[in-house]
Design a protein. Sequence first.
Length: 326
Amino acid sequence: MDSKFVLKFFLPISIMLLLSGSADAQGLKVGFYKKTCPNAETIVYNEMKRVISVAPSLAGPLLRLFFHDCFVRGCDASILLNSTKNNVAEKESPINLSLRGYGVIDTIKAKLEKACPGIVSCADITALVARDAVYLSKGPSWEVPTGRRDGRASLIAETRQLPAPIFTFQQLKASFAQKGLSVKDLVVLSGGHTLGTSQCSFFSPRLYNFTGKGDADPSLDSEYVIKLKNKCKPTDTTKLAEMDPGSFLSFDTDYYKIVSKRRGLFSTDSALLQDAETRSYVQRQVKASNPREFFKDFGVSMVNMGNTGVLIGKQGEIRKNCAVVN
């Protein structure tokens, strides 16, 4: 692993001690594989470095895989499971159909199985991949507490737990609170929209039929509505739009500048301006001379989310293949 990865943007020791204590309470700890698979994180990082160098657009989807996993059943890699004859899995849900990067997870898992058979969980791989995707996109790094085990179930019906792009602020706040996440976590993790793209179908109702009368969402900048309409026709279901135009491959604070201009793609982006706490955070990042605060906060919130509903000890299993139960 290169020296920059070790040194650049790691959280201050005092913060890491706080995070480690929180993680230990969940049964996770930094360096969980130190004795059983000492090169685990290096193997993940080296493969991610190769992937992002040839396919930088995968960073956003790989980050969202972790988010979509943790919000359903907790961070147990249920998002990675394939459907079976008797069950339709989470990945088949309309809200998950645009996710990509499953092959990256599978490749990393195969390399880890070769190095340390039956040791590293798919849930931990997903968490480490999300961290490395951010770092390799010019973002921060943070220490990831590990020790998660993999779940044995994945149900499409449970994807209703995921925050929908049309959520109001109160719905969004309640969704995060159910996972033990704060309003600050909400606004910080929303900053992950600085990476990647969205299918037009996820936000086109804001452009063409917001209230059912063929109108546009008034919270969306009217000039931006025109630009988005030129890109996305009402029937477009696969066409993509950048969530952070001009900067969607770089992890930075530009997302907050876009939100402040009322140009966030989703209703949930606009909702950040409706609450005093989240609006203040957005405005602070717009005015900031550097991304230090956001970078630090993002690492903290990712660890917080990564503690959600984890399986530990003898719970669950360590899948040999991330797409199927053992």
